[in-house]
Structure formats: structure tokens, C-alpha cells
Write a protein that binds this ligand. Structure first.
Ligand code: SAM
Ligand code: DTB
Ligand code: SF4
Length: 337
């Protein structure tokens, strides 16, 4: 079944796709994936935490909120040279996108933002896709990032509009959507997704996908994070998300936002190669990889460059070069008569 690109999804339609018999869902998602993407390619991204911890927000899952006592040590904004060195190493390992994250509630128009703009310029000049995730943005700040050459801005919805205030009280769903809209008014691409394992219901997951899939255009990139339970946060005792829930979520996202990149993000480190292969079959085509063993902070492990290269080789997959999103049409490896 080919669904085409639509922005008028009904909750019931998304729920029906999500609830298909599992292998039927994976088959349909894999077929859709092949129509819009080269299924041999995976985008590999490197996260850099340019400013860590001491965040005033109260996101219940987050190791960087100042409200919770976690093992994260706050770190001021990194020097540009440090960031450029990490980006250079990532580039040498074949990584195509660098995502710079700051534990800020929102961007302020000050010298720190000017320093980030400078980093964006220089990393972009290295020939890498640059993504930033800096919290809320005004329209003029989004335009400044665009002028600096930014390729993508990450701002997750995290969960459904209904469940949001259970997880975060210091900002609203509307605030999140406003920043996404401010980015949308520029040529910067949008990266927005969520987290599984916050104690949400299946209806909440479907409702989040409904919000994402009715954005016009769809976010070019949709990260699916699996909660990393961080000691000291209110969600430290949440149970692990079953792998089949992850596969269903990825496959449903793939079906309803067929041209978007779907990223298997936080929580990948605890998945086996077989589990990850299932996620790729279901339509995930992007991952984070790291040579320092962590996503943004020490609380959330991330597989390393070498292990990931080995896995991709084993699965017959390759790393997608920068700026080639959705450009290549798959050619079958073997002609099937
Ligand atoms: N402060 C910015 C913001 O909130 O947009 C950017 C950084 S924040 C760490 C980016 C995203 O990482 C969050 O929206 C959330 O989806 C994800 N994240 C943070 N902590 C996580 C955790 N413990 N497990 C899974 N995902 C997490
Ligand atoms: C996203 O959706 N996942 C990344 C990135 N965007 C910024 C972050 C994953 C969670 C990192 C939690 C930690 O390392 O503490
Ligand atoms: Fe701050 Fe972002 Fe963590 Fe929320 S998710 S506490 S805004 S760093």
C-alpha cells in the first residue's frame, strides 16, 4: 500500500496503521521506505553537547535539568576550537551531520548566541550538515541561524498534547509548536519527534504522531527516542520500552511521513544488532553514533563509530553523504524476475 504524502491524517487512521499485525506493518513500512529513500543508506549523526546541564526547565526525563540531582556536571559553552575538533574527527569517520545541543530553555540574544552562530558557520564550511537544538527560538533568532548556514533545527514535541503537562510544566505544547513554526518560516529544515517510555499510553503515541504528520510540510527528520532512565529524575524507575513498541512507532512514522528521515535516537545502545536491523527494516534510516560513548551526557550511552561501521557493513548498509536527503532512488541489488 502506498499512502502518498498527506497532511490530513485522522487519529483513527494512524491508530489503525499502528495496530496492524506486526509483520504486516513492517512489510508495508519497508515497502513505503523503498519508494522514498535509498534503503541501503543510513544517515549517521554526531551529537555535541556545547553547553551542558543547569537547565531551568523541569522536563521529567532529563539529566540536565537543574531541578534534579543527577550525575551530570554542568559545563559552560564550549570554545569554538573544541567543537571544530570534534566535528573534524566525526567527518573523518564518515559522519554527515553534527548536532549541537545546549541545555537552554530558550536562546537569548547575547554573545553566547553569537558564538553559536560562529560555530554553525565554521562547521557548515567543513561540508557537514549542521543541526542545532538550543531550546525555544524567536523568528528573528531562527533567521540568524539560517543566515549562518544552519541546515536543521531540532525541537521535539516529546509526547502528545494531552500528556505533555504531566512531563513538563515550565513550557507548553503551544510554545513548542511556535518555535517549530518560527524555524519553518526559514529555509532551515525541521527535526522533531519524541520519546517512548514516559508512561504515556498508546493513544498518546498515536496523538503525537498525529500532530507531527499534520504539520505541513512534515518535519524533514523525526527522531524516535527510547527513554534512558536517569537516576535522580522523576522517571528513573520507568520500565524499559519493549522493542516491538519501538518497531511499531518507527513503522507508523515511516508510513505517515514517508519522505522524512526517521531516526532511531536515544536508547539504541541497549538494542542488539538484530533489534536495530528490525528498526531499519521498519523504516528507520538515521542514527546517532559517537566516539565518546555518550549521546549528550554520560547518563545516556551511544554506540561507537567502529561498532556502528561494523554493524552497517554486516547489514549491507552504507553511510549517507551530507546533503543527499531523499535524493537517491533505490536500485535493486539483484534483479528479481
Ligand atoms: N534544551 C533543548 C530542548 O529541550 O529542546 C535541547 C536539548 S534536549 C536534551 C533534546 C531532546 O533530547 C529532548 O527533547 C528529548 O526528546 C531528548 N532527551 C533528553 N533526555 C532524554 C532521555 N533521558 N531519554 C531519551 N530522550 C531524551
Ligand atoms: C533527539 O531527539 N535526541 C538527541 C538529540 N535529539 C538532541 C538527544 C538524546 C538524548 C540525550 C540524553 C542525554 O544524553 O543525556
Ligand atoms: Fe533543559 Fe532540554 Fe533537558 Fe528540558 S530537555 S531540561 S529544556 S536540556
Amino acid at each position: 500500500m502506498s499512502v502518498g504524502i498527506r497532511y490530513d491524517w485522522q487519529i483513527e487512521e494512524i491508530q489503525a496503521i499502528h495496530d496492524l499485525p506486526l509483520l504486516e506493518l513492517v512489510y508495508q513500512a519497508a515497502s513505503t521506505h523503498r519508494q522514498y529513500h535509498n534503503p541501503q543508506q543510513i544517515q549517521v549523526c554526531k551529537l555535541i553537547s556545547i553547553k551542558t546541564g543547569a537547565c531551568p526547565e523541569d522536563c521529567s526525563y532529563c539529566a540536565q535539568s537543574s531541578r534534579y540531582k543527577t550525575e551530570v556536571k554542568p559545563q559552560a559553552l564550549l570554545e569554538k576550537e573544541t567543537v571544530l575538533n570534534i566535528a573534524q574527527e566525526a567527518k573523518a569517520s564518515g559522519i554527515s551531520r553534527v548536532c549541537m545541543g545546549a541545555a537552554w530553555r530558550e536562546v537569548k540574544d547575547n554573545s553566547q548566541f553569537d558564538r553559536v552562530l560562529d560555530m554553525v558557520k565554521d562547521v557548515t564550511d567543513m561540508g557537514l550538515e549542521v543541526c542545532c537544538t538550543l531550546g525555544m527560538l524567536t523568528d528573528s533568532q531562527a533567521k540568524k541561524l539560517e543566515a549562518a548556514g544552519l541546515y536543521a533545527y531540532n525541537h521535539n514535541l516529546d509526547t502528545s498534547p494531552e500528556y505533555y503537562s504531566t512531563i513538563i510544566t515550565t513550557r507548553t505544547y503551544g510554545d513548542r509548536l511556535k518555535t517549530i513554526d518560527n524555524v519553518r518560516q526559514t529555509n532551515v529544515t525541521v527535526c522533531s519527534g519524541g520519546i517512548l517510555g514516559l508512561g504515556e499510553s498508546v493513544e498518546d503515541r498515536v496523538s503525537m504522531l498525529h500532530t507531527l504528520a499534520n504539520l505541513n510540510p512534515h518535519p524533514e527528520s523525526v527522531p524516535i527516542n527510547i527513554l534512558s532512565q536517569v537516576e535522580g529524575t522523576p522517571l528513573e524507575n520507568q520500565p524499559d520500552v519493549p522493542i516491538w513498541d519501538v518497531v511499531r512507532m518507527i513503522a507508523t512514522a515511516r508510513m505517515i511521513m514517508p519522505s522524512s528521515d526517521v531516526r532511531l535516537s536515544a536508547g539504541r545502545a541497549r538494542l542488539s544488532q538484530v533489534e536495530q536491523a528490525f528498526c531499519f527494516m521498519a523504516g528507520a534510516n538515521s542514527i546517532f553514533s559517537s566516539d565518546d560513548g555518550k549521546m549528550l551526557t554520560v547518563t545516556t550511552p551511544c554506540p561507537g563509530y567502529d561498532a556502528d561501521r561494523e554493524m552497517l557493513d554486516l547489514l549491507g548498509l552504507e553511510m549517507r553523504p551530507p546533503f543527499q536527503r531523499g535524493e537517491k532512488v533505490a536500485t535493486p541489488l539483484v534483479e528479481v524476475r
